[in-house]
Design a protein. Structure first.
Lengths: 355, 100, 374
C-alpha cells in the first residue's frame, strides 16, 4: 500500500459527470451513487428477479414463519484497515447491524466471510478478528457462521470482509420513506462528519490538535430506545457514504416530500468543520458510521428527542428540520445568513478541491 | 479557483532543503511550505493554498475591517461614511493610490 | 476557524446588506471572476439576499470550467501510459475529455492519484525512481507559484522522473477579453482576492481606466463578498471606476515578490485556449525555456493532440454573461449535471449547474397544500 500519506484514496468515488456505456467497471460502480444503482438495475436485478430485492432497501424485509425478518449483507474494502476510532472489523459489524437497525430490527446473528491476500500478516488478521468480535459483543449480536478464502498476492488489498445479518422486526414497526408526510420532524442523532474526516486524516497526513476519531458504533440500542417511545417512527437512515445529504435526498425522493433543514442546527464538531474548510469539503456530504437521521411525526418529536438524548449514542441529538409539501424530492438548507441553498444528491463522494 | 485558508504557524523547520512550517487550521495541523514567506514567524497567521503559505494575514487589518462592519449603520448619520475616513489602512490600497 | 468564522457573522451581514440596499438605485451587473467566490455565493445563498438590482454574473475563474478539452485529452493520453503515475488535484478527475475521463483511465489500469499539494507528487517521484510521475498543473495565479516551486525543486534535487502538464491561466487577459466582447454586459468586477495575494493589484488600474469599470479586490467569506459588492455598487452609483482593495488582510499592493520572481523564472506568458471561450492572447503560462525538460507535453509527445470543442455548447456565452444558462436550448434537456455538454455544467459551481439546481427548486410545484415551515 504505497504512498498513502501523499495520495488520497479514490476508492468508492463515483464520477460526478458519468460517461455512459462504460465497457469496464470503474471505482464509481461501488460508490453507492448513481453508477452503483445502474449496475444493480441493468445487471443484477434482471438476473436475480425476486420481490424482496425489488424493494431495494439497505435491508430486505422478509416474512418467514409468521414473523418479519430484516436481512442484510455488506462487504468492506476499507483502506486503511485501522483508523482513529476503529477498524475494518468494527465497520463490518456495525455496518450490517445498522442496516438492520434502520428497518427497526435488532440484529440477532451475523455471518462473516474473510478474503485474505497471500502474505498478509497473521497478526493483522488477528487484530481485525479481535476488533470484529469485540464490536459484535458490544452490539449484542452473535457471529454464527463464517468462511475464509485466500487470493494470490497482488489480487487483494490485504484483507476484505463480508458480513450478513438477520434480526426480527418488532410488531407495528414500519419504517419506509413512503410513510413520510409534510410536517414530520427531522432529527439527527449527533454531530456529523467525524468518520469520513478521521479516515481521510490518515490518508492525507492531517494531524488534529484534538484527535478526530470515527463515530463508528452499533445503533441497535438507540433505535430500540426510540421505538420504545412510539413504534410510529416514519423512516430511519444511517448517513454513511454520501453523508447526511445522501440520506436526506433518498428520503425526499422516496417519500415525494421536500425536506428543509436549518444549517446551523446541524451539529458539526469544530475540528471536522476546520478539516472540511482546509480540504474544501462540505460536512453534510462526509460519511458517518454511527449516526442516524429520523423522520418522526410532529406529535412524537419531543419525546423521541428526549429518549435519544438519554442514550449515550444520542446525547447530542438535535432537531434539524422538517418535511414539507413544497419542492417534492428536493432538500433545501437555510444558510446561516438567512439564504437558502439546494443540498443536492451527491453524484460521488467528495474530493478535496482547490477551487 | 483558489481555495485558501488562514492558519497559525506553530513551528518552523526544514525539509529537503526548503523552509517548512507546521500550521494550525482551527485544530487541524498540516505541514506548509514557507519558501514564499521566508520571514513568517511562529504565532503569525498566513493564507495557505495547496500546501504553500502565500501571504501573511494582517491581523490588525482583519480586526479593523470587522470594526468597520460593526459600525456600519450606526455612525453613518453622525460621521458620514466611515469607509472614506479609514481609506488606505491596514495594507489597503484605495483606487487613487493604486493608480499612482 | 479564526479569520473565517468572524467573516460569516449573520448580524454584520445584515448590516452590509442594508447598506447595499440603501446605496443601490438602479440595476447593475457585476461579475465575480473567481469560481471560489461563486461557490461561496451559492453555498451561503448570498445571491438571494442581495437587492434585485444587483445581478451577479458568474465569471470564468474556475480551472475545472476553463481547462480546454484538448488539454484533458492530453492528460488522458499521458495517464494511460503504463510507466506513468498521473497526479492531479481532485477537481480535475471529474472532467470528461473526449469519450472518457481520468476515472475511466484508472478502470483500464492507469495509475491516477489525487494529491493535495504538488509537492506530494514530487515526493511520489522520489519514492518511485523507476516510474514517470506527471503532475496536472492547472489553475490561476494562486496555484501557479506552488506548481512553479515544485518544478524548481525537482531541478534542484535532480529528480528527473517528474514532469508537469501545464495549463495555467491568468485573470487580467480574461477580464480584457470579456470587456472587449461587443455585447458585454459586465459593468464591474469583483477581482479574485487570492490571485491578488500573489500578483498584487498592479495589473488592474490600467484595465479599470481603459474600460471604465470598477475593479474591487474581494475575499471569499460571506462578509468579504458583501463588502466587495458594497464597494462596487458605491463606485457605480457615483460614476467612479477605480481599483479598490476590499480584502486588505490578505492582499498587499505589491503581491508576493518571492512568488512573482519564481513565476518569472519558471514560466513564460503564452496564448491559451479557454474552454467555451476560445484562445485569449497572453492569457496563459507555459514552462520557460530553462524548464522545458520538465514539460510533460514534450516528454510524452502529446503536443500534437488537437480537439475541437462541441459546437452545440454555448458555455462561452454563459461565461461572458451574454446568455442566461436556462435560455440555452440544450439546458435541462440534452445538458444536465449528469450528462454535461460543457464545463459550466460539469463543475458544481459552474453557472449552468448552479442554475439547474435552483431552477429545479423554483419550478417544482407543491402537490398538496403548503405546510407551515418551522
Amino acid at each position: 500500500m504505497p504512498d498513502t500519506t501523499d495520495t488520497l484514496d479514490v476508492t468508492g468515488l463515483t464520477c460526478p459527470a458519468p460517461l455512459r456505456d462504460r465497457p469496464r467497471v470503474v471505482m464509481g460502480h461501488g460508490g453507492g451513487g448513481t453508477l452503483s444503482a445502474e449496475l444493480v438495475e441493468q445487471v443484477f436485478a434482471p438476473a436475480f428477479g425476486g420481490a424482496a430485492l425489488a424493494e431495494r432497501g439497505d435491508a430486505a424485509t422478509l416474512r418467514l414463519g409468521g414473523v418479519r425478518l430484516a436481512f442484510s449483507t455488506d462487504s468492506f474494502v476499507v483502506r486503511p484497515l485501522f483508523f482513529p476510532g476503529g477498524s475494518i472489523g468494527d465497520l463490518a459489524v456495525n455496518g450490517t447491524v445498522n442496516d438492520l437497525a434502520m428497518s427497526g430490527a435488532r440484529a440477532a446473528y451475523l455471518s462473516c466471510g474473510f478474503i485474505l491476500e497471500e502474505g498478509v500478516e497473521i497478526e493483522t488478521v488477528s487484530r481485525v478478528a479481535e476488533a470484529l468480535g469485540a464490536a459484535a459483543r458490544t452490539a449484542g449480536v452473535e457471529v454464527a457462521t463464517g468462511d475464509t478464502k485466500v487470493v494470490e498476492s497482488g489480487h487483494g488489498d490485504g484483507l476484505f470482509v463480508n458480513t450478513s445479518g438477520i434480526g426480527l422486526i418488532p410488531a407495528g414497526v414500519d419504517l419506509r420513506p413512503a410513510r413520510v408526510v409534510p410536517g414530520d420532524v427531522v432529527i439527527v442523532s449527533g454531530p456529523v462528519g467525524a468518520h469520513g474526516v478521521a479516515v481521510m486524516s490518515v490518508r492525507e497526513g492531517l494531524e488534529f490538535g484534538v484527535e478526530i476519531v470515527s463515530d463508528c458504533a452499533a445503533l441497535g440500542g438507540l433505535v430500540a430506545a426510540m421505538l420504545a417511545v412510539t413504534p410510529d417512527l416514519h423512516v430511519l437512515r444511517d448517513p454513511t457514504r454520501g453523508g447526511l445529504a445522501a440520506s436526506l435526498n433518498e428520503i425526499a425522493t422516496g417519500s415525494g416530500t421536500g425536506v428543509v433543514i436549518t444549517e446551523r442546527e446541524v451539529p458539526v464538531p469544530p475540528a471536522v468543520a476546520s478539516a472540511c474548510a482546509v480540504l474544501g469539503l462540505d460536512p453534510f456530504y462526509v460519511a458517518n458510521e454511527g449516526k442516524l437521521v429520523a423522520f418522526v411525526p410532529r406529535e412524537h418529536a419531543d419525546a423521541v428527542l428526549e429518549a435519544m438524548r438519554a442514550h449515550p449514542l444520542g446525547a447530542q441529538a438535535a432537531i434539524i428540520g422538517e418535511a414539507v409539501a413544497e419542492h417534492p424530492g428536493m432538500v433545501v438548507a437555510r444558510t446561516g445568513l438567512g439564504g437558502t441553498r439546494v443540498v443536492d444528491m451527491p453524484l460521488g463522494e467528495q474530493l478535496p478541491r482547490i477551487c | 479557483m483558489c481555495l485558501a485558508v488562514p492558519g497559525r504557524v506553530l513551528d518552523i523547520g526544514e525539509r529537503d532543503g526548503t523552509r517548512v512550517a507546521t500550521v494550525d487550521f482551527g485544530g487541524v495541523v498540516k505541514e506548509v511550505c514557507l519558501e514564499y514567506l521566508p520571514d513568517l514567524k511562529v504565532g503569525e497567521y498566513a493564507i495557505v493554498h495547496v500546501g504553500f503559505a502565500l501571504q501573511r494575514l494582517d491581523e490588525e487589518s482583519a480586526r479593523h475591517t470587522l470594526e468597520l462592519f460593526a459600525e456600519l449603520g450606526m455612525l453613518q448619520e453622525e460621521f458620514g461614511d466611515p469607509w472614506e475616513a479609514a481609506a488606505g489602512t491596514g495594507g489597503a490600497h484605495g483606487g487613487e493610490e493604486a493608480h499612482r | 476557524m479564526k479569520y473565517l468564522d468572524e467573516f460569516q457573522d449573520p448580524e454584520l451581514a445584515r448590516r452590509l446588506l442594508d447598506e447595499i440596499r440603501a446605496t443601490v438605485t438602479r440595476p447593475w451587473a457585476l461579475m465575480e471572476v473567481c469560481g471560489g467566490q461563486t461557490h461561496s455565493i451559492i453555498r451561503h445563498g448570498i445571491d438571494q439576499l442581495l437587492p434585485e438590482q444587483v445581478e451577479l454574473i458568474h465569471g470564468p475563474g474556475c480551472p475545472v470550467c476553463v481547462t480546454p478539452l484538448e488539454v484533458i485529452d492530453k492528460a488522458l493520453e499521458i495517464a494511460s501510459r503504463p510507466e506513468v503515475i498521473f497526479c492531479s488535484f481532485g477537481d480535475m478527475l471529474r472532467v470528461p475529455g473526449t469519450g472518457r475521463d481520468l476515472f475511466q483511465v484508472r478502470g483500464e489500469g492507469g495509475d491516477v492519484r489525487v494529491v493535495y499539494s504538488p509537492l506530494d507528487a514530487l515526493r511520489i517521484a522520489q519514492r518511485h525512481p523507476e516510474r514517470e510521475v506527471v503532475f496536472f498543473g492547472i489553475g490561476f495565479e494562486t496555484t501557479a507559484p506552488p506548481n512553479a516551486m515544485t518544478v524548481h525543486q525537482a531541478r534542484k534535487l535532480g529528480i528527473r522522473n517528474f514532469s508537469l502538464l501545464v495549463s495555467h491561466v491568468r485573470v487580467p487577459p480574461a477580464i480584457e477579453a470579456i470587456m472587449r466582447s461587443p455585447s458585454c454586459r459586465v459593468q464591474a468586477f469583483l477581482a479574485a482576492g487570492h490571485v491578488c495575494t500573489v500578483m498584487g493589484v498592479g495589473e488592474y488600474p490600467e484595465l479599470a481606466e481603459r474600460h471604465r469599470v470598477p475593479i474591487v479586490v474581494t475575499g471569499f467569506e460571506p462578509l468579504d463578498i458583501l463588502e466587495g459588492v458594497r464597494r462596487t455598487v458605491t463606485q457605480l452609483e457615483r460614476g467612479e471606476h477605480t481599483v479598490d482593495n476590499a480584502y486588505p488582510r490578505a492582499v498587499r499592493a505589491e503581491g508576493n515578490p518571492a512568488a512573482l520572481a519564481m513565476l518569472e523564472d519558471v514560466f513564460e506568458v503564452t496564448d491559451r485556449s479557454w474552454r467555451g471561450i476560445g484562445v485569449i492572447p497572453g492569457s496563459g503560462w507555459r514552462l520557460s525555456r530553462r524548464y522545458r525538460d520538465y514539460d510533460a507535453e514534450l516528454r510524452f509527445a502529446v503536443d500534437g493532440i488537437r480537439t475541437e470543442e462541441p459546437a452545440e455548447c454555448r458555455s462561452g456565452e454563459v461565461l461572458q454573461g451574454l446568455l442566461k444558462p436556462h435560455a440555452c436550448e440544450m439546458f435541462g434537456t440534452r445538458c444536465t449535471p449528469r450528462t454535461p455538454l460543457g464545463a459550466t455544467m460539469v463543475s458544481s459551481e459552474g453557472a449552468c449547474a448552479a442554475y439547474y439546481l435552483y431552477r429545479r427548486l423554483q419550478t417544482t410545484p407543491a402537490p398538496r397544500e403548503a405546510s407551515p415551515v418551522a
